[in-house]
Design a protein around this ligand. Structure first.
Ligand code: AMP
Ligand code: MG
Length: 331
């Protein structure tokens, strides 16, 4: 079956086309446009306007790149949530229009679950992982247990990517700041003490962000601050992930979200996995970041498991929690 997916939860609008059965997913195309504010953070309405401007072209481009015809599409999927309301509505509206014009079924999917499923669908041997999902807005440790994807730990305030981007802005970097902080961190030598806030299985980053900003004001080297931010936040993320693996007795860990592109994070998680005799997996970068292919794939899995959604039911949910979906497509 062929599925087309539209992703529009935040800064990116993406469209992907995949071919799949219930086991494996083959990505035929995955195109994306990223909204980059000239200054400051993401303004939801401006991001949505950006998405509205590009979505029609992206849909055509994804179909052309996949070398299929619109009539080959079996199902249209979109990101139902969580995310920014105006952005979600823009993507959902495009999906409804496409579904109606092609006369094909529609499926709204959970964005966080899609990050996990795309790893299972595209990576050999990645069957039942604990997902460390680290993106701009979201930071969650997710695994399948008792019929649902459960959140074993998450941020109590801001997402890790958001933390990096906010700090980056205070030192004059443009969005996305994570890759530049990674480069600066490579040159850092001195570890500066930062708050390491884990509460139960949850993490908080805002105190660390304030402390890092103080170091900057007090003239500490920017490279040392970036290095210390990475070492501290990534260690906390790895610790929570390890505890989730121990608790669920799973021996696979999967990375997802934009921050998963970070080599230092990958290295820490990989070492933790090796130390406990487990495997770590990182999807290719275009499947780690927010993308339409993962939405297409999860929509297909849901449809094939018998789930159906009418146009009237295809509403968005800004606060769509990972554990709200009954997972009927796996056991
Ligand atoms: P997402 O929200 O999943 O699309 O991911 C976007 C976030 O990933 C932004 O906050 C970026 O700063 C962050 N990011 C992208 N590449 C890297 C990297 N190499 N290291 C750290 N963060 C990154
Ligand atoms: Mg994401």
């Amino acid at each position: 079956m062929i599925s087309i997916g539209i992703e529009g939860t935040a800064h990116s609008i993406g469209v992907g086309v995949i071919h799949g059965n219930n086991e494996k997913c083959k990505v035929l195309s995955n195109v994306i446009k990223i909204y980059k504010p000239k200054k400051g953070g993401i303004h939801p309405r401006e991001a949505a306007n950006h998405h509205a401007e590009y979505i029609a072209d992206l849909i055509s481009e994804s179909v052309n790149k996949a070398k299929i015809d619109f009539k080959d599409v079996d199902i249209v999927s979109f990101s139902k949530g969580p995310g920014l309301g105006p952005c979600l509505r823009t993507a959902a509206t495009a999906a409804r229009a496409l579904s109606l014009s092609l006369d094909k079924p529609i499926m709204g999917v959970n964005h966080c679950v899609a990050h996990l499923e795309i790893g299972r669908g595209t990576l050999n041997d990645c069957k039942d992982p604990v997902l460390l999902y680290t993106s701009g807005a979201n930071t969650q440790v997710i695994a399948f247990a008792e019929g649902k994807y459960r959140v074993f730990g998450e941020t109590l305030d801001i997402g890790i990517g958001n933390c990096l981007d906010k700090f980056g802005r205070t030192i004059g970097l443009n969005f996305p700041c994570g890759p530049k902080i990674e480069e600066l961190a490579l040159k850092g030598k001195k570890y500066l003490e930062l708050p390491y806030s884990i509460k139960g299985m949850d993490i908080a980053f805002s105190g660390l962000l304030t402390a890092a900003e103080h170091y900057n004001k007090n003239g500490e080297k920017i490279e040392d601050i970036c290095y210390s931010i990475q070492e501290t936040t990534f260690a906390a993320l790895t610790e929570v992930t390890e505890r989730a693996m121990a608790h669920t007795e799973k021996d696979e860990v999967l990375l997802g979200g934009g921050v998963a592109a970070n080599q230092r994070l990958q290295k820490m998680v990989n070492k933790m996995a090796i130390d406990r005799g487990a495997h770590s997996f990182v999807p290719s970068k275009d499947l780690c970041i927010d993308n339409g292919a993962m939405i297409a794939w999860l929509g297909l899995l849901m449809y094939n498991s018998g789930m159906r959604m009418s146009i009237e039911q295809s509403y968005i949910d800004q606060r769509f929690r990972t554990d709200m979906e009954d997972v009927s497509w796996r056991d």
